[in-house]
Design a binder for this molecule. Structure first.
Ligand code: MN
Length: 201
């Protein structure tokens, strides 16, 4: 059964002025949609078609014969996760258990922000910067291209897409400015708190 691209959790223009409706239109409507279309075309008629997206990612990860399926499946998953990591009127500092755990594991919220900014800025070429839970420790990691931490023992809590298509129309080459704006104005800490609660079970 064909995988359906989940709806955006907000309107195209809901993240303005930080991310424009034009960027969201291309990013969700063209880039993300293309991964979904390619994924469906690649698995059509195969046993993988009966699995969930998460099951396909787990099954084909590391399989050199199925790199195309992995790349499109992982990008389909990463993007839906990313849309949920952003919210109008987001940003600020997390409270509750996640906020306390960030201070415990990074030293302070400011130090966490610096690590996330650094990971996002230094990911060479396309990829993603993530907050993950590994064992009982929160960590900042970066992945290249379609790679996703969920194929390892790391559980994703938050991500920032640092492919150029995520920011070029609004920020051109200024990736650090895009990342700083996402962190300060758009991160959806309620979504992250839910991911953290589920991950530590
Ligand atoms: Mn993207």
């Amino acid at each position: 059964m064909a995988y359906q691209q989940p709806a955006l959790p907000y309107a195209d223009n809901a993240l303005e002025p930080h991310i424009s409706a034009k960027t969201i239109g291309f990013h969700y409507g063209k880039h993300h949609a293309a991964y979904v279309t390619n994924f469906n075309n690649l698995v059509a008629g195969s046993p993988l078609d009966a699995l969930t997206l998460e099951e396909v990612i787990a099954q084909v990860a590391g399989d050199a014969q199925k790199v195309g399926i992995f790349n499109n499946a992982a990008q389909a998953w990463n993007h839906t996760f990313y849309w949920n990591c952003l919210a109008p009127n987001g940003g600020g500092e997390p409270d509750g258990e996640l906020g306390a755990k960030i201070v415990e594991d990074f030293g302070s919220f400011e130090k966490f922000k610096e690590q996330l900014k650094s990971a996002a800025a230094t990911q060479f070429g396309s990829g993603w910067a993530w907050l993950v839970l590994e064992g009982n420790t929160l960590k900042v990691v970066k992945t290249g291209n379609a790679e996703t931490p969920s194929t390892s023992s790391q559980k994703p809590i938050l991500t920032v897409d640092v492919w150029e298509h995520a920011y070029y129309l609004d920020y051109q080459n200024r990736r650090p400015d895009y990342v700083a704006t996402v962190i300060d104005k758009l991160l959806n800490w309620a979504f992250a708190a839910g991911n953290f609660a589920a991950a530590k079970k």
